[in-house]
Ligand binder design. Sequence first.
Ligand code: ADP
Ligand code: MG
Length: 298
Amino acid sequence: ATPTAVMVGTGVGASQGVLIKGGQALESAHKVNCIVFDKTGTLTVGKPVVVNTKLFKNMVLRDFYELVAAAEVNSEHPLAKAIVEYAKKFREDEENPVWPEAQDFVSITGHGVKAIVRNKEIIVGNRSLMFDHNIAIPVDAEEMLTETERMAQTGILIAIDREVTGVLAISDPLKPGAREVISILKSMKVRSIMVTGDNWGTASSVAGEVGIVTVIAEAKPEQKAEQIKELQAAGHIVAMVGDGINDSPALVAADVGMALGAGTDIAIEAADIVLMKSNLEDVITAIDLSRKTFSRIW
Ligand code: ADP
Ligand code: MG
């Protein structure tokens, strides 16, 4: 393609809300034969809501949620925001609740949070967070987790003073059209893979709903990037589509990093292409544009 063709292609992209940062990105996109999708906020809406609570100790829900919210209000994670939003429902000062103070707050990336609230140690997160603190998961809690994950929801464990006290089910629905995008990519001979920090159960259920066969779950940000490099080493030309800070190393590692416009600044910065409208269909728009620009002799 001539420089003029590349300019035209980039311009057409921009007019459709597909921001291509330079000719190299536009060129690489037509060779892509494998796309790695982040789950949360990319394939799913990214606005999780609490849909179910189960307590295993005799405790008032309001008191339970007060402790959990006091810990989670210190976290930026979308799951934390969902939990705090839900906790407000139990309050009379719903608009602007004053949560008890949390001491020694720690955020454990990819696992959850912990803090001391009202002299109790509150630990909120996934199975491995409990494992790392030597907290046993009772059978009824594990059953609730498994059932939650089977429904493509995320289960969060809450331990108070090292005892699992409750499980929350959090739902983050698929974006409309996500399934179709995966199926169109397949017809374009592009293989789709899902990568997520979420657990295997939820990840596989979401992948099943969207029509993705290959899943990488419980992946830390650096492991997401490692997976990209492994696919490249196996001869694939890889695009990564993501929205979060935790996707940035993978966006950089990929041959073509695509960030959603609604994503975090760090992801947008790390990407080669920004999908301004945050529509998954624009992954196809970008590849199409590149194929048209580079398969034609101008
Ligand atoms: P993703 O790649 O899906 O965005 P993360 O790597 O951010 O996921 O988190 C992985 C898992 O760690 C979550 O699914 C959740 O179980 C747990 N987790 C992370 N942060 C929190 C938090 N603030 N509160 C509760 N659980 C959390
Ligand atoms: Mg995400």
